[in-house]
Ligand binder design. Structure first.
Ligand SMILES: Nc1ncnc2c1ncn2[C@@H]1O[C@H](COP(=O)(O)OP(=O)(O)O)[C@@H](O)[C@H]1O
Ligand SMILES: [Mg+2]
Length: 332
């Protein structure tokens, strides 16, 4: 058996729509070790959420085809029944969504939402669940947890609500936490607080984290490895350092240049990546990024590049005409 907590192999999620098949995840493979933080980055529409939901086994069964494999702590998720998935949700894997209100019941006091998870999933009695819920609320940094316990979600700020969602997700100490743009709707200071909190909790709960974002700056200091997605596929992947300093794929560079946290001067205008992502149901035969790429050659428009190895171990990119690796010229 491998020592990876998560192994994803040639994962494909295709929606059947009236407009044709939409390959939202088009053959993604990667693995994740214990206590590792993996960043998944890409523009809106690149397939990040569909990938996360597929790993969670959350896709509906009608009009969706999922193939490939997702091994989570040795259990196969692809094709697993809902009963099997229910036994894994919360204890093996939990997810924090972008909008906290997707996960919270607006008419239930927040403490009770956590209590309920503990009672249903772990079979705790009322008293034990109550005590643990208070403990979890305190751990996620909610001041005066005892009184907030009785609050309704709408009585809390966005940041506090996201903390409640995180507390609920962690209630059963999952081995893997998937955080899908957990800070996107929040203002910058709160964003940093939530990301720091996730870092701290990752240590406390010794779990692995998949941190999904459209902003490379968010994962710069938090992820050990990064996957850059484009049009449902991996455009580049590698150690965080390599993605920042040795990226080869022009799309990765474009993402870096469009990140408010990475581009240095805070008042310079953000570079926006020109053009739009392709329509997935009518994907061109070549590289999906070619129509927007300043470096595209003839070949890029006709032949799809597959991932190839870069100089650094574990660093791969899918590009026919890559940027030069600045480190290569300086090697003895
Ligand atoms: N239920 C669905 N039916 C058809 N297409 C979908 C469905 N859900 C997502 N998609 C498509 O899949 C692609 C990826 O979406 P998503 O994973 O939400 O992107 P991201 O999270 O990176 O912004 C988009 O083109 C989106 O329109
Ligand atoms: Mg998304």
């Amino acid at each position: 058996m491998s020592d990876h907590l998560l192994e994803v192999k040639d994962l494909r999620t295709t929606f059947r729509t009236v407009a044709g098949a939409v390959p939202a995840v088009g053959g993604v493979s990667f693995d994740l070790g214990s206590n590792e933080t993996l960043g998944i980055v890409g523009e809106s529409g690149s397939g990040k959420t569909v990938l996360a939901r597929t790993i969670m086994g959350l896709q509906p069964r009608t009009n969706v085809e999922v193939t490939g494999s997702v091994l989570l702590n040795g259990h196969e998720v692809v094709g697993a029944s809902e009963r099997v998935m229910r036994s894994m949700w919360a204890t093996e894997v939990a997810m924090v969504f972008q909008d906290p209100m997707t996960s919270l019941n607006p008419v239930m006091r927040i403490g009770r939402q956590i209590d309920e998870t503990l009672r249903v999933r772990l079979g705790m009695d009322r008293r034990a669940a109550h005590a643990r819920a208070l403990e979890l609320l305190t751990m996620v940094g909610i001041p005066s947890a005892a009184s907030r316990y009785r609050a309704y979600p709408t009585e809390l700020s966005g940041g506090m609500r996201q903390r409640v969602v995180i507390a609920t997700a962690l209630a059963c100490s999952p081995k893997l936490l998937i955080a899908d743009e957990p800070t996107t709707g929040l203002d910058v200071t709160i964003q940093a607080q939530i990301l720091n909190l996730l870092d701290t909790l990752k240590q406390q709960f010794s779990m692995s984290v998949i941190l999904i974002t459209h902003d490379l700056g968010v994962v710069a200091t938090r992820a050990t490895r990064i996957i850059v997605m484009y049009a449902g596929q991996i455009a580049e992947m590698g150690d965080t350092r390599d993605i920042f300093y040795h990226h080869r794929m022009p799309y990765t560079r474009a993402l870096l240049e469009s990140s408010p946290k990475v581009s240095n001067a805070s008042h310079t205008r953000l570079a926006v990546i020109a053009g739009r992502p392709p329509n997935l149901s009518t994907m061109p035969p070549g590289c999906a990024f070619a129509p927007r790429c300043a470096y595209a050659t003839e070949q890029c428009h006709v032949e799809r590049p597959t991932l190839r190895e870069a100089a650094q171990p574990g660093h791969r990119f899918a590009c026919w005409n890559p940027l030069p690796d600045s480190s290569e010229g300086t090697r003895p």
